[in-house]
Ligand binder design. Structure first.
Ligand SMILES: NC(=O)c1ccc[n+]([C@@H]2O[C@H](COP(=O)([O-])OP(=O)(O)OC[C@H]3O[C@@H](n4cnc5c(N)ncnc54)[C@H](O)[C@@H]3O)[C@@H](O)[C@H]2O)c1
Length: 362
């Protein structure tokens, strides 16, 4: 039996009918996710490329003949859009107008103007609209959020977040401006959203960004972004695609301690002050000079501990959204948050062009 034909059983447990538009890498992820979901079931997919429709059928998944046929199916309550970035807004508007609740892949749209238009249609139709900010369920992010809120680190003045690969920008639509390519839209959108989730007690005041165009690609191949919050707390984000050795995934610095997460598999290592008085500092001497300022502290003046990896469940994204469509929960990823992340990305591009910091009024 085809995987998408098992509807009677799913209807009994009141799962919501879901469909995915775009059956590429991430569309495949959503379909697999929905086949395991305890709140939604997969009605089928639509992809503009007939070969993808064929692939879906070979995987036991219904492939609708057109977007219209999918949107006309009354069994579908939630539509997930997993196409390249430049078609999110248009498909979202059509799906909302067809009476569907919509999850868009990230970046939600190409710019604030498009986003405002989609939100207006969601308000007009009374349907829900959100973006798939799945990386709010990443362990490394959740550990850094916990570290930021602990008292151990004194006055925290910077949080650094990095993702670095060595394969350049993928040669598909991600390398083309017209399709919304580039790393600010690809990874930046996640890391900016996460930074707001970590530094959630301060207003963002300024944004400064420099994009990397290492090989002369059409889009940014990476970037270095500073989000300057009130109280001079800096959220620093770096994404790079030409790094054969990776810097730590997260680093946090405060006046009384630091925390570091090496990579996705690590727990957070924290090193905080136990005793300020050190006695005589032993300098580090190299052949070319000496330093006391940068010499490591004596080990017995420090306290080391770890923040253990939590056990988040990314199914909570769909659980929340489907509960919200029934009026049983507030949508976790809100329109306000979507607009704010979009405005930071726009300010980042502006800052790169202007070579200066861009004020950010919240
Ligand atoms: N949240 C995440 O973790 C995550 C990860 C990867 C990608 N994404 C996002 O998912 C989206 C898709 O990325 P991908 O890596 O799957 O791309 P992809 O190129 O692998 O797949 C895109 C699919 O969309 C289809 N398509 C294009 N235009 C269409 C249209 N008008 N109607 C129907 N189908 C259409 C293509 O034929 C293709 O099969 C992007 O927005 C991307 O940013 C999110």
């Amino acid at each position: 039996m085809a995987k998408t034909e098992n509807r009677a059983e799913t209807a009994a447990v009141k799962k919501a009918g879901c469909a995915v538009i775009g059956y590429g890498g991430m569309g495949g992820w959503h379909t697999r996710h929905l086949l395991e979901s305890d709140v939604g079931y997969l009605c089928g997919i639509y992809d503009i490329d007939p070969a993808k429709g064929e692939l879906a059928r070979s995987n036991g998944i219904r492939s609708y003949a057109s977007e219209k046929e999918l949107l006309d199916d009354p069994e579908i309550s939630v539509v997930t859009i997993a196409t390249p970035n430049d078609c999110h807004a248009e498909i979202a508007v059509r799906a909302l107008r067809a009476g569907k609740n919509v999850i868009s892949e990230k970046p939600v749209t190409m710019n604030s103007r498009e986003l405002d238009r989609v939100i207006a249609v969601a308000e007009e139709t009374g349907k829900l609209f959100t973006v798939h900010q799945n990386r709010r369920w990443d362990c490394d992010y959740l550990m850094m959020k916990e570290a930021y809120h602990r008292a151990d680190f004194g006055k925290i003045f910077c949080v650094e977040s990095r993702i670095q690969g060595s394969r350049g920008v993928p040669g598909d639509w991600r390398s083309q401006k017209a399709h919304g390519g580039g790393m600010i839209f690809d990874w930046g959108v996640h890391l900016i959203d996460q930074m707001f989730g970590i530094i959630d007690d301060r207003r963002l005041l300024k944004v400064g960004c420099r994009c990397e165009n290492v090989t002369g690609a059409e889009t940014d191949e990476g970037f270095k972004l500073d989000m300057i919050f009130e109280g001079d707390v800096v959220g620093h984000i770096e994404v790079g695609t030409h790094h054969f050795i990776q810097m730590p995934r997260f680093y946090l610095a405060g006046t009384a301690g630091s925390a570091i997460i090496g990579d996705w598999r690590d727990r957070a290592r924290c090193l905080c002050i136990k005793e300020w008085t050190e006695g005589e500092v032993k300098p580090v001497v190299t052949a070319a000079g000496m330093t006391k300022t940068m010499a490591p502290r004596a080990e017995d003046t420090l306290r080391e501990f770890y923040i253990e990896r939590p056990d988040p469940d990314v199914h909570d994204f769909y659980r929340n959204f489907i509960a919200a469509t029934r009026g049983e929960a507030e949508q976790i990823v809100t329109h306000k948050q979507m607009r704010r992340v979009m405005r930071v990305m726009e300010s980042a591009f502006m800052s790169d062009r202007a070579g200066s910091l861009i004020p950010f009024g919240e």
